[in-house]
Every structure is written in C-alpha cells, then in structure tokens.
Design a protein around this ligand. Structure first.
Ligand code: HEC
Length: 122
C-alpha cells in the first residue's frame, strides 16, 4: 500500500522509549539505579519524580549542563552535583528522557525529539 503521507513519518515515541532503556543503562543507571529509585540522601529518584514535570527544555539542559546546587524532588532536597552529559548524542538524550518519563510509574504522551536537544546546545 502506498500513501503520500509516508514521506512525513511521525517521530515514534514507543521506539524512542525502547532505545532509551539501553541508553539509560549506559549513561544514567549508575546513579539513578535500574528501578529509577536513586540512592537515598545523594541521588534523587526518577521514579515518580515530580521534577520530571518541569518544562522539557529544563530537563534537556539539566542533562546537557549537569545540575549543581540544591534540587527538590518529591519534597526532599538533594545537593550532590550531577556532571554534564553533553557528550551524549541528541538522540541518546531524547531517548533517555523519553524512557525516564515513561517508566517506573511515569507517563508522558509527548515525545522529546532530538531536534529539541540540538537547539538547547547553543
Ligand atoms: C554521576 C551520577 C549521575 C548520572 C550518571 C546521572 N545523574 Fe541525574 N542526577 C544526579 C544527581 C546527584 C542529581 C541531583 C543534583 C543536585 O542535587 O543538584 C541528579 C538529578 C537529576 C534529575 C532531576 C531530579 C530528579 O530526580 O528528577 C534528572 C531528571 C536527572 N538527574 C536525569 C538524569 C538522566 C536522564 C541521566 C542519564 C542521561 C542522568 N540523570 C545521569 C546524578 C547523576
């Protein structure tokens, strides 16, 4: 079957989440743990994290530039620096965030796409 619309294929959120599982294992899991629970007292959780409801650009910037200073997650304050991960590709950052935003009880129907990450690098 041939459809003209095949040329403007939409970004697939399910596929990004699928890729994101491996990206998360490589780049995030050491600190935020496999189940997204983090490490009490030092590394905040991503599981059911209210911080993940921040505007997408803030989340992208946090991964690109790191996060230094106090941060409050689900009412608990953390103050351990997260180092910048700007050596990750645009796609890896989008996939990792889409995975985190759709795992361990988190749900977001709106995909973060690589072009948004690219824009925040400047
Ligand atoms: C070296 C350890 C480390 C790695 C690797 C790491 N983080 Fe973090 N992350 C932290 C710490 C520590 C904080 C809290 C920063 C603070 O206290 O200011 C944090 C905070 C966060 C936050 C905001 C608070 C929250 O819990 O919701 C998000 C979102 C986040 N990280 C996502 C990621 C993602 C996605 C990756 C992988 C691409 C990643 N982190 C990799 C240690 C890490």
């Amino acid at each position: 079957m041939f459809l003209g619309s095949a040329f403007v294929q939409a970004y697939s959120l399910p596929q990004s989440i699928e890729r994101g599982k491996e990206v998360y294992t490589t780049f995030c899991q050491n600190c935020h743990m496999e189940n997204g629970q983090g490490i009490a007292g030092t590394n905040p959780p991503l599981a059911k994290s209210d911080y993940l409801k921040h505007p997408v650009n803030d989340l992208i910037l946090l991964v690109l530039k790191g996060q230094v200073g106090k941060v409050k997650v689900n009412g608990v304050t953390y103050d351990t620096p997260m180092l910048p991960l700007d050596y990750m590709t645009d796609e890896q950052i989008a996939d990792a965030l889409n995975y985190a935003k759709n795992s361990w009880g988190n749900k977001s129907a709106i995909a973060i796409i690589p072009a948004q990450v690219k824009k925040m690098r400047n």
